[in-house]
Every structure is written in C-alpha cells, then in structure tokens.
Design a protein around this ligand. Structure first.
Ligand code: SF4
Ligand code: SF4
Length: 462
C-alpha cells in the first residue's frame, strides 16, 4: 500500500494524500476523504496563489485555509510567546535501584564490553547528587507566580534520572512544600510522579493517596521486563511491578504505563499492550522507541526498522481500541502543534539534582559539562533568588524551532519532535543536510495511517 503525500498549498500546511485510488486532504488536526477530482480542484486553486477568489474554494477549501493559518500562527507563537512556566519538574537525585539496559541517565552509564554487557570493574562509583529543598522552593515560587498570573493550577512533576522514591523523606517534604507554595499564591495544586514500581507497599499506597496521576514504567511480560529492567543485583522486577500496579488499582489512583520498545521487542508490541492492560490494569499506555545515540550504550533502531515498528504499533493500537484503552506515542501528535521535547517549549521548569534548570528532558545530572548550553538558570542559584536566563531561552527556542529542509513539505511540519533526542536541533549546525532517520520515518508513516483511518472511520484514532 503506497501512499503519495503532497503539499498542495505553496505557503500553508495543506496536504493531499492519495492511496489506492482514494484521496484525502489534511491540515493539522483535520482530515477528510474527498474525490480525486475535488482534490485536483483544490490543488489547482491553492496553487493559483494569493489572487484566488475565495468563493471558488467552497466551504472545504476555506475551512482548510482557516485551520492551516491557525496552525501556522500557533507554531510561530511557540517561539514568540513569553516563557511563563506553570509546571515544575524535579529530578530529585541521580540514584536508582534498577539497571535498565538502555538507560540514558548519567548515573546509570557505565562502561560496556563489546557484547554490550556491563563492565563493572571499570565502573567509577557515581557521586550521588540530591537536590536541595531551598532551590526547589525558589523555583516553585517562580512557577506559582506565573500560575497565579495565568489563573492556572500549579503542577508538580517528580521524576528521576533515577527512581524518585529512593529519596523518600525528601519526596514527602517536596509534596508539602509545593502545596504550601501553591496555597501562598492562591492556586490549585496538581501532581504527577514517575516511578519504576520497585518500592514498598506502604510507599506505593502513600503515592496513590498523595498524587493525582502516576506514571509506571514497565516494558511488558516478565521475560522482557526482567531482561530489560533488572535490579542493580540483576534480579527480575516483573513481580514487584505487578504488585505495585495492583496497589494502584486497589486504591484506586489513575495511572499510565510507559513502555520502552527496543529492537528486541519491536515484534511483540500487541502482546506487550495486552499484558499491560490485562495484568497491570492500565487504561492509558504509552510506547516510546528506545533512545539511542545520546549517551546510551545500547544500539537502538536504524531506519530499516521503521516499518516493523509502525506495523507493530498499529497492531497494538487497534488492540487497544478493542480493549477500550488508549495507546499513544509522543513524537508526532497531530492534534497538537509541537516541536521537539524541550522543556522551554512546554512551559516547564525542570530542575536537575544539582539545582540547575535545564531545557532538555534528557539532562538528568546537571554536573555534565555537555549540558551547559542547555542550562536556563543563572550560573549560581545557591542562596539567591531563582533566576532564569530568558535570553538563553530565546536563543535555544530559535535554534530548536528551525525547520529542517526535509520537513518543509512534510505532513508533520508543525507536529513533530524530529529526530530528538538522537539529533538535537539545539546542537546541530547546518540543518539543511539531515537524512531521514528511524524516528522521522516512523512519525511520517504513523501520521499517514492515522489520517487515512480517521477519514475512513476504523479502529485507529488520530
Ligand atoms: S531537541 Fe535537544 S535539547 Fe530539546 S529535548 Fe531534544 S535533545 Fe533535548
Ligand atoms: S522529521 Fe521527518 S516526520 Fe518529522 S517533520 Fe521532518 S520530515 Fe516530517
């Protein structure tokens, strides 16, 4: 099944897709099945240029123009809107109780042998870094002030470049501290915590009582989970993750499950989805292809694997519809105007354990010198007011929102994370010479399939 996708407006994101004699038109967030003659008519009209008589376009043509202009304006406002964060994400420390074989966190990076096994005797003990409460308080006040101005709730996200529940006392104090700050500014408090599920029953229950949403990581059935996400002592973790999920279901607390798909599990996506739904009881499931090439030692996907990933993902997504749960992937979200995963595009302040704020979700340990360009807080936040470097943010936004030449005529032009994090647009020099990578190929194919199935109502949703 070959799909031909063509941009049919010289300046705006309006596309036609042709497949098996059927035609579709698309602009971000909207698709519709039309006849080939109508598609040809629209293409000719749009290409006539600005002097076109709007009446000639008909209702559909004018609707497409309106929507496309709105999308383009929204994209432009990503760079121009003031940075007014309403979410505080805190990476509490760089300590973890698991040793996932694809971990990108600095704390988990240890030398590997050629066969990819860990080379423990060469491992330097990693210096633990734990965030200081006074920095969190300053950042929380900064965020809460914006929440008050924007009449929005304060959002706390606890994460780890490790496992946040390891710093249990600190975690509980940060929950109280941010509640106090939100109260002081007269805004509501909302919270999310990401956990690997390796925690005691009492901690799991406390989490369920004190957070609004939990993100649990699990890579699938026990053989996958135990191999990809073992403990530091190389023990399996599937049983304890199942027990943690049971507690979340009993409480009950809404939770999502995030599963990392690797080359070893790409053909098992439907089975993974089934397991997470049936055994863990999750209704919101998120698959993410493993990150590679950015400080991880696991070899990841190559562009040749994209077809397998897409086929497996669509199978799993159809199964999700039948099971009444939701399966998503974050790199291309056609219902949202978005770029790469940078915090500065999402109204988020992300604190790393050393107390600096980073623009990049992958910076889990602010001690790394390579992360310096991604820091958006002032050099020293020790005992002074929390200071954000707005000129750095403007420069980082400018760099990351550059549209690579291969994306200009792409259906995902305004809703794609590009090749982030394998290739970072902040660090790329010449953006005109990117070749199609695994993520690009996956996002393009998935978006085409979503558009066509949405226009021809079937199982897969846009
Ligand atoms: S584009 Fe770069 S800075 Fe932004 S999230 Fe991706 S890797 Fe990080
Ligand atoms: S990275 Fe690929 S899928 Fe994304 S906008 Fe560019 S060409 Fe399209």
């Amino acid at each position: 099944m070959k799909t031909l996708t063509t941009r049919i407006h010289p300046k705006l994101p309006i596309f036609r897709l042709d497949e098996d004699g059927d035609s579709y038109v698309y602009t971000p967030g909207y698709s519709c099945h039309i006849s080939k003659t109508e598609a040809n008519g629209l293409q000719v009209s749009f290409n006539k240029g600005l002097g076109i008589n709007l009446l000639d376009l008909g209702v559909l043509g004018n609707d497409l123009l309106d929507r496309a202009r709105r999308s383009q304006n929204q994209w432009e406002s990503l760079a121009e809107s003031p940075f007014e964060p309403v979410c505080l994400t805190v990476y509490l420390s760089n300590r973890c109780n698991l040793k996932c074989n694809y971990c990108f966190a600095a704390s988990a990076r240890v030398p590997r042998h050629e066969d990819n096994s860990l080379c423990m005797q060469d491992t330097q003990p990693h210096k633990p870094v734990v965030i200081r409460e006074e920095v969190v308080e300053q950042a929380a006040e900064f965020v809460a002030a914006h929440c008050a101005n924007r009449n929005m709730p304060f959002t706390l996200v606890l994460h780890g470049g490790g496992e946040p529940s390891i710093e249990w006392g600190l975690l509980k104090r940060l929950v109280s501290l941010t509640h106090r700050v939100a109260d002081k500014f007269g805004v509501d408090w909302w919270s999310y915590i990401a956990t690997n599920g390796l925690l005691s029953e009492s901690k799991a229950r406390w989490m369920a009582r004190n957070f609004n949403l939990i993100g649990l990581s699990c890579d699938g059935p026990p053989d996958i989970q135990n191999r990809q996400r073992p403990t530091l002592q190389n023990k399996g973790t599937a049983k304890i993750v199942e027990r943690t999920a049971r507690i979340f279901n009993d409480c009950p607390i809404p939770f999502t499950v995030r599963s990392t798909i690797t080359p070893a599990t790409v053909h098992r996506q439907a089975e993974i989805l089934h397991y997470i739904h049936d055994r863990l009881g999750a209704k919101e499931i998120h698959f993410e292809p493993v990150y590679s090439g950015w400080n991880t030692s696991l070899s990841g996907f190559s562009v040749a694997d994209a077809g397998d990933f897409v086929a497996g993902f669509l199978d799993a997504q159809n199964m999700a519809v039948n099971l009444c749960c939701d399966l998503s992937i974050s790199g291309a979200r056609p219902n949202e105007i978005h770029g790469p995963f940078c915090n500065i595009l999402r109204d988020v302040i992300q604190l790393t354990p050393d107390g600096s704020a980073s623009s990049c979700f992958l910076c889990t340990d602010g001690n790394k010198s390579e992360n310096a360009t991604l820091s958006i807080s002032s050099v020293n936040v020790s005992n002074t007011k929390f200071l954000i470097d707005f000129s750095r943010i403007a420069e980082l936004r400018r760099r990351v929102l550059r549209i690579p030449i291969q994306c200009l005529d792409c259906i995902n032009i305004y809703h794609c994370a590009r090749e982030c994090p394998k290739h970072c647009l902040v660090h790329e020099g010449d953006i005109t010479i990117q070749s199609t990578g695994f993520r690009c190929s996956v996002y393009k194919n998935l978006t085409e399939r979503w558009i066509i199935s949405h226009a021809n109502p079937s199982n897969v949703t846009l």
